[in-house]
Design a protein around this ligand. Structure first.
Ligand SMILES: CC(C)=CCC/C(C)=C/CC/C(C)=C/CC/C(C)=C/COP(=O)(O)OP(=O)(O)O
Ligand SMILES: O=P(O)(O)OC[C@@H](O)CO
Ligand SMILES: [Mg+2]
Length: 252
């Protein structure tokens, strides 16, 4: 089922209904046995994950991405590209996080990749989700490759200043990223303050491994919680995380 052009509305509608969303991150490089992918993604779907994010920093190929998207075609939730560069754009996806790494020292990750990608995206008609990408704490591989000047975990003022700048530039989402496999996720207090001071929708991920942490982060004000590594290392735990997020209803 194709959801191109409808993804932003789908996300907004769920948030307005008081839901916190869960996105399942699939890294093409980490999927060694593609024959097992259907069963894994079916469980994630059945437990209520709201979208598939597909992307990774190292070892990715368009061919593998397309194969994964074909397998996901059965599920009527969005398939969203999470790009590390311009080589991961395909018309088989519904949408792409059209992101600028706000705290990069390298203009390529702030504006160069976006310019190079724009004409390709126009041709594929993949929907763009305008996203400020902000790397916090250790930041993992994405911080290293993206030459991020990482924001310390406790520097809430800096995270708020970047988020406000993203809002004033017209972006819709801010992705507070601790880095895939981070020892510590982004702190709830940082999420709470960004939520209070901006109207951006908050995506967060990196190091979320337990239902308790996910609940804490969701109740602090995250709109979308991303988990990646835990799907690969402990699927049962990942499903429990989804279950715990589904239970939350935000009333404002
Ligand atoms: C808009 C377009 C087309 C590109 C933007 C490109 C930008 C801004 C990239 C930012 C820097 C970067 C390298 C981001 C990577 C984001 C990502 C896919 C993270 C997933 O985690 P991994 O880095 O694969 O973690 P592992 O080390 O666990 O595999
Ligand atoms: O793999 P994990 O640690 O869940 O991180 C998810 C995501 O935020 C990485 O970009
Ligand atoms: Mg990866």
């Amino acid at each position: 089922m194709k959801l191109k052009g409808k993804v932003k509305n789908y996300i907004q509608r769920l948030i307005e209904e008081g839901s916190v969303l869960h996105f399942s991150l699939l890294d093409p490089d980490k999927i060694s046995d593609i024959s097992k992918l259907y069963d894994i993604t079916k469980s994630l779907y059945n437990y209520g994950t709201n979208a598939f994010l597909i992307g990774g920093t190292l070892g990715i190929s368009l061919d593998k991405l397309n194969k994964i998207l074909e397998i996901l075609d059965d599920f009527d939730i969005p398939k969203i590209i999470f790009p590390s560069n311009i080589n991961l754009i395909t018309e088989k996806a519904d949408a792409i996080l059209f992101m600028s790494l706000l705290n990069s020292d390298d203009i390529y990750y702030v504006m160069g990749a976006q310019v190079a990608a724009a004409p390709i995206i126009k041709k594929t008609e993949v929907e763009t989700l305008s996203t400020g990408y902000l790397i916090i704490g250790n930041g993992g591989t994405a911080a290293h490759i993206g030459r991020a000047r990482v924001i310390p975990y406790d520097n809430i003022d800096l995270a708020v200043a970047y988020s406000l700048a993203a809002e004033y530039m017209g972006m819709n989402f801010i992705y507070l990223e601790a880095g895939s496999g981070a020892l510590e996720p982004v702190k709830p207090e940082m999420i709470r303050t960004v939520r209070k001071t901006t109207s951006l929708k908050i995506i967060t991920g990196g190091g979320i491994r337990t239902p308790e942490k996910a609940t804490e982060i969701a109740t602090a004000g995250a709109n979308i919680i991303v988990t990646g590594n835990i799907i690969e290392s402990d699927l049962t735990k990942a499903l429990k995380i989804i279950e715990s997020i589904k239970k939350i209803k935000i009333s404002e």
